[in-house]
Ligand binder design. Structure first.
Ligand code: ZN
Length: 294
């Protein structure tokens, strides 16, 4: 099986999970994975939970994260969700070549939904010369998200360890789409079968998507959770989560919805293809990845 492309169907919609590559954390300014991903976790609980996932606090020195974009072909529209990281790392920026491998040219994409303004989601909007990579696309983003990254708020409210890289990506990639941008500020169907869902917390205007066709549901939850352990421990937030309290409330709301709708779920940072189902166990949840071998 390729680890770059995974085709699947949601009702009548043809979908493809497309890898932009992987990135290895921590970079120099980040703490080790267990601290970066679960920054407020009490040590003894963390050790126990990691152990249940065959991870060890001291020995887990690298988190190799997938970056997974989504294409939805509704028959009428070709929609891309997030654009990957561009040249953030040597191992990222593979979105366009992987799209071409499934017969999709950048010009074929008519709508790009940006779940939030972090580098790994907006880095592929422009190429290394600053030119738009998807010439025929209009863009959809949550109003609060756009306002945050294009205002001075970002400068004052971001952690100094990540501020420079976050701001440089926002300043390179967001201004070029301003004239092609549709901002949303409420949950609404932006195209037939594709609805935006408020999911703030990870960033001020982070959003998720509900894709539905013929009674089948896909929830594209982006960075609502970054690691499967966040389903079991929704109160453990990551160093890059902007508003920890809001993150926790958003996770619970979205995970409840995933269970209630028996939705297929796509999580941007999970092992490729990032698809699975969510099951409830007591007050928390479990990740059940789909089988990709059959
Ligand atoms: Zn991300």
């Amino acid at each position: 099986m390729t680890t770059d492309i995974y085709r699947f169907q949601v009702g009548d919609f043809q979908c493809v999970a497309v890898s932009d590559g992987t990135n290895t954390y921590p970079p120099p300014t980040f703490p080790p994975p267990a601290i970066f991903l679960f920054t407020n976790a009490p040590r003894e609980h963390l050790e126990q939970t990691l152990g249940e996932h065959n991870l060890n606090l001291e020995q887990w020195t690298e988190w190799v994260s997938s970056y997974i974009c989504l294409v939805v072909n509704t028959g009428k529209h070709r929609v891309l969700v997030d654009t990957g990281a561009g040249g953030l790392a040597l191992t990222t920026g593979k979105l366009v070549q992987n799209l071409k491998a499934v017969g999709i040219a950048p010009e074929d994409i008519d709508t790009i939904i940006i779940t939030h303004g972090h580098p790994d989601h907006i880095g592929g909007i422009t190429d290394n010369k600053g030119r738009l990579a998807f010439l025929n696309a209009k863009y959809v983003m949550w109003q609060d998200e756009w306002d945050f990254w294009t205002s001075e708020q970002a400068e004052t409210k971001l952690d100094e360890h990540v501020r420079d890289v976050l701001l440089s990506y926002a300043r390179k990639n967001l201004p070029p789409i301003q004239g092609r941008l549709h901002l949303v500020n409420r949950e609404t169907e932006i195209l037939p079968g594709i609805k935006v869902i408020a999911a703030a917390g990870h960033t001020p205007g982070h959003m998720t998507l509900a894709v539905s066709s013929k009674g089948e549901q896909l929830l594209c939850i982006s960075d609502t959770v970054l690691h499967p352990i966040h389903l079991e421990r929704p109160e453990w937030h990551a160093a890059v989560d902007f508003d920890p309290k809001q993150v926790q409330a958003t996770r619970r709301r979205i995970l409840r919805r995933a269970v209630a709708e028996k939705a297929l779920v796509l999580a941007f940072h999970f092992p490729f293809p990032g698809l699975g189902h969510v099951s409830q166990s007591g007050d928390t949840w479990q990740w059940e990845p789909i089988s990709t071998t059959g």
